[in-house]
Unconditional design. Structure first.
Length: 389
């Protein structure tokens, strides 16, 4: 159990006015606690250590300052800040909110069903907001400071991806983005009701997934790539033995015949390998399929090679169209091999069978890649849905 689940009851309404009026003393004590017990806070969040020890230490520090403030009030403010999400707690618990975006301390946007809206509540000042963001990173095992001024971590208990940037990287002050992941994948019927799919695109995607095709899902950020990938995983062959490789935990498969591996990020420790090494090591595991949550670098080449050697591959990629996705993969592959471009394009065409391009949280086009014609210097393909090209 993480801190939120073990100490803070998320169903109890949080007093936002109390959070915004956190006293000077609470802020000072919180800084001391975070500095002194950073590793312990992260271990408690991971469920490795009981929170009782930290709770006693916090009470001790507060009680040492008696007479300067109302001790019980300060304890509550500190506990709520460390163990929960304070001002954001109700948004974290709202199942309709998929994203929380805070580019400045006094401006908070949320996304519901693909649409952004601004909320009235804000943090009281830049200092309290930065303190809150630093604590989120530390609590989940990350490191953030003037040298490493950006960090991305996962809250596995609440299924969140947390991105924080601070000065000097940010000239405009601290920024925070939280992406929330559903506790269960959408079924096709639900995606159709949300207009993510229509009858035709749903039928095509169900068929190519059922037949075990290699599938790449592409689009810009927040277009629904992870949403669709989770559905593809859950609705695939239940006997298909799949390795899922992620930089940050986001997919949370319920399907039993999956093995999930990710690059561990801990304070004062290097990550355990890379996505590329996870794929290479997976070749010894008698796998049927590989899945990469997000392809961004050197892992592209072993990923495509796995598809070329008769493994099934699934993954997502940031791209502006189906064919932009092919060019982006090629660019990432070229850095990892000396094979000539025409041969790489041929390998790519024979590995990446289906490309699904998403836009504005809906399927925009689906193409089936057939081959690469070296003489015409062009991919041979069939548009299954949308305009293609």
């Amino acid at each position: 159990m993480g801190l939120v689940n073990s100490i803070h009851d998320p169903m109890v309404d949080y007093d936002t006015s109390s959070y915004q009026k956190t006293s000077k003393w609470a802020s000072i004590l919180l800084d001391e606690i975070v500095y002194e017990y950073a590793a312990l806070i992260a271990d408690i969040e991971d469920g490795k250590v009981s929170p009782s020890y930290l709770k006693k230490e916090i009470e001790k520090k507060v009680d040492q300052q008696k007479g300067l403030f109302k001790a019980e009030q300060i304890k509550k403010e500190i506990f709520d800040t460390i163990y929960g999400y304070g001002l954001l707690q109700s948004l974290i618990m709202d199942p309709d909110v998929s994203d929380i975006d805070i580019p400045r301390f006094d401006f908070i946007l949320i996304k519901r069903f693909g649409d952004f809206e601004q909320i009235k509540e804000t943090f009281s000042c830049e200092e309290s907001f930065e303190q809150f963001c630093r604590l989120l990173i530390i609590r989940h095992g990350g490191v953030i400071n003037a040298v490493d001024a950006h960090c991305r971590v996962s809250d596995k208990n609440n299924r969140l991806r947390i991105n924080v940037s601070i000065p000097p990287r940010n000239a405009t002050g601290t920024s925070l983005n939280i992406r929330k992941h559903r506790h269960s994948a959408y079924e096709y019927e639900a995606l159709e009701q949300l207009e993510f799919l229509n009858e035709r695109s749903r039928k095509i995607i169900e068929e190519v997934n059922r037949s075990g095709k290699n599938i790449l899902v592409c689009g810009k950020g927040a277009s629904g790539k992870t949403t669709l990938l989770r559905t593809l995983i859950e609705t695939g062959d239940k006997y298909e033995r799949m390795l899922i490789c992620e930089s940050d935990t986001e997919l949370y498969p319920q399907k039993k015949n999956t093995i999930v591996q990710h690059i561990e990020k801990r304070r004062n420790k290097r990550g355990s390998g890379s996505l590329e090494s996870l794929i290479k090591e997976g070749l010894t595991m008698s796998l049927d399929a590989y899945c990469i949550g997000e392809i961004t670098g050197s892992e592209a080449w072993p990923f495509v090679k796995a598809g070329y050697t008769d493994h099934r591959i699934l993954g997502t990629l940031h791209a502006q169209s189906s064919f932009d996705a092919l060019e982006r993969l090629l660019m990432l592959m070229e850095n990892e091999t000396r094979i000539e471009e025409a041969a790489l394009k041929s390998i790519l065409a024979n590995s990446m069978e289906i490309i699904i391009y998403l836009r504005d949280f809906s399927v925009h086009e689906i193409i089936s890649v057939k081959d690469y014609d070296k003489h015409k210097k062009a991919y041979e393909y069939e548009v299954l849905y949308g305009k293609g090209g």
